[in-house]
Design a protein around this ligand. Structure first.
Ligand SMILES: *Cc1c(COP(=O)(O)O)cnc(C)c1O
Length: 389
């Protein structure tokens, strides 16, 4: 197929070779191993003189298809798929980092990633420091001689701040560092960090890639030589994606564009509704003109995504009252589902975090995060409205 096809076409038409049954939809290859014709084929395959599947910890037709789709979507040379987003994050770190290295990360990262930075990487003598999303001019001064890469998520969780990918990539080039981006919130449909200079892009496929809250998955894509190292680490350590999850996720990617398009359309309408509501102090959504990084968001994202942060009047009590009044939306910590999900970080995921640390990652006591789903937007708005009132 020509490389000039559009995103949607590649998402649908990138398929594993048809079997002898001439099926139209790709079957599920639930097999741990693969067989060889003779000793020579087996030798050549293990020596990597012949490209083929050997064992599903290394590769599998369903997993290969999923990876190929994500590579096309992100404009990446190569990739490897994992059992979860965190397996992708950890395996990427474990491959790239040596004892004595330093990582510079955006302070606002997924909770489990924060756990790796603060609890596990130091155990292997790997230093991590954070830069403040609101003080990007300080990033350069935090780079050390042993810094290996800059790590960031954009938009950030849960504050929905936006980081300038071109700015970060220029800084990395200047200091000979890698740039690793967790692109989970944006999805490859909205934002392609590699086109802005990132070396590696990580996704939790569990979120909008699946989009229906069914399976876990993760993927890292980017420069061929880096992915090769990640592959060698992973084929030994075994964090690979299962064929079943790859089969589910590859089919989900066929509809990523239409789903994300609708998620974003709903989210923008809801953000505008919230911005005009008297019980709301502020709203943060990348494609609202009031977002402090609106221009950057417009430059690097196709649409604003499905996550909105806003502050209910009345602090922590106001936030809790709002939650207790929600009827339709789900109270959950997950995101990127067909179902709209509301979260109150101050009383749940960040309950034990000090106020100044929360402020640095954009969390206030009355802050609510919404992962906007695909229900009719009027019904979502009606639920939020009655809960606010
Ligand atoms: C959920 C998430 C992860 C972790 O993914 P899992 O599939 O849950 O392991 C990593 N980064 C971000 C931004 C996420 O939202």
């Amino acid at each position: 197929m020509s490389k000039k096809n559009h995103f949607e076409t590649e998402a649908i038409r990138t398929q594993t070779e048809t079997s002898q049954f001439s099926e139209h939809s790709v079957p599920l290859y639930l097999t741990s191993g693969f067989v060889f014709d003779d000793a020579e084929e087996m030798r050549a395959s293990f020596a990597e003189e012949k490209q083929r599947d050997l064992y599903s910890r290394y590769s599998n037709p369903n997993v290969n298809e999923f990876i190929e789709k994500v590579c096309k979507m992100e404009g990446a040379e190569s990739g490897f798929a994992f059992a979860s987003g965190m397996a992708a994050v950890f395996s990427t770190f474990a491959t790239l980092l040596n004892a004595g290295d330093h990582v510079l990360s955006c302070s606002s990262v997924f909770g489990a990633t924060h756990g790796l930075f603060t609890k596990y990487l130091p155990k292997w003598n790997i230093e991590c420091s954070y830069f403040n999303i609101n003080e990007v001019e300080t990033i350069e001064s935090l780079i050390q001689p042993n810094t290996k890469f800059i790590y960031a998520e954009t938009p950030t969780n849960p504050g929905v701040d936006v980081l300038d990918l071109e700015f970060l990539s220029a800084l990395c080039k200047k200091h000979n560092l890698l740039l690793v981006i967790d692109n989970c919130f944006a999805t490859p449909y909205l934002q392609n960090p590699i086109k802005h200079g990132a070396d590696l892009v990580i996704h939790s496929a569990t979120k909008l890639m699946d989009g229906q809250g069914r399976v876990l998955g993760g993927v890292t894509v980017g420069k061929k030589e880096l992915i090769r190292e990640i592959y060698l680490f992973s084929r030994l350590t075994g964090p690979s994606m299962s064929a079943f999850n790859a089969w589910v996720l590859s089919k989900s990617l066929e509809t990523l564009a239409v789903r994300v398009e609708k998620h974003c359309e709903n989210a923008l309408k809801i953000a505008e509704f919230l911005e005009n509501h008297p019980k709301v102090n502020w709203v943060k959504y990348p494609f609202l003109k009031s977002h402090p990084k609106y221009e950057i968001a417009k430059k690097q994202m196709r649409l604003g995504g499905n996550i909105i942060a806003f502050e209910v009047k009345g602090g922590i009590e106001g936030g809790r009252n709002f939650f207790d009044s929600i009827k339709l939306c789900s109270l959950s910590a997950n995101l990127g589902d067909t179902r709209t999900i509301v979260t109150h970080p101050a009383s749940t995921t960040h309950a034990k975090v000090e106020d100044d640390v929360k402020a640095a990652v954009g969390i206030t006591n009355g802050m609510v995060r919404i992962s906007v789903g695909l229900e009719h937007v009027d019904d979502i708005i009606a639920d939020l409205n009655q809960a606010l009132n």
